[in-house]
Design a protein around this ligand. Sequence first.
Ligand code: ADP
Ligand code: ADP
Length: 226
Amino acid sequence: TYAIEADSVTKVYLNRQDEVHALKPISFRIHPGEFVSLVGPSGCGKSTVLSLMAGLIRPSSGCLRIFGKEVTAPSNRVSYMLQQDCLLDWRTVEDNITLGLEFRGRKNRQTSHDARQLLELLGLRHTLKLFPSQLSGGMRQRVALVRTLAVEPDLLLLDEPFSAVDYQTKLHLEKLLTDGLKIREMTALLVTHDLEEALSLSDRILVMGGQPGEIRRTLEVPEELR
Ligand code: ADP
Ligand code: ADP
């Protein structure tokens, strides 16, 4: 089975009385373990594609399947990371990271152990008892990445996760992401405006645009560019 199968998926938003045709019928398939980037101009429908996969909105027509199952609601197998870190300011770093695990019904002790291991790996161990407001922007996004990976999703959805951090932090986070993905064989779909990022991370790039809501072309990324 494919990790993702989109068959003639469309999305029409209703804005008061107006219909916004955000996606023309789009179709594509992504294999398990593949890393695919989605690039294209603002407003071409990239976030809409991710929201559909996350089960946050439903297609207006067509069918979207994740690991063979039609997406009808948010799934435990999918983890979503955004540009803004969405950390909860009233919970410590550790409690932010375990939040996702708690939602997924893991036992607390194991949760805590997993979180500590990941933080150790990322050099964040000394931040466990701190609150997000005590961290720099780059550190916060690092914590957000740990939280996203900690639930060991089968599918990782990333919407410009590194666009608000400085260049060095971005490179570091990209490295952590690829290391994390290698260990766990996750499938990933990344929305980005950053061509270098798309090239260095992806197996394949879907270019949206031309007409809004269309996939204009698909590029295989040669090994030597990564
Ligand atoms: P991108 O992520 O490529 O910038 P989006 O998926 O956010 O594109 O948006 C695609 C189109 O759909 C845009 O015209 C946008 O204004 C519109 N759109 C997105 N979300 C909504 C919404 N909730 N209601 C109405 N229109 C929306
Ligand atoms: P991006 O280009 O980074 O995707 P946008 O500014 O297009 O960001 O969209 C940010 C959020 O606003 C998204 O969740 C999108 O669904 C929503 N949105 C975009 N356009 C509209 C719109 N015309 N009406 C309502 N919500 C919208």
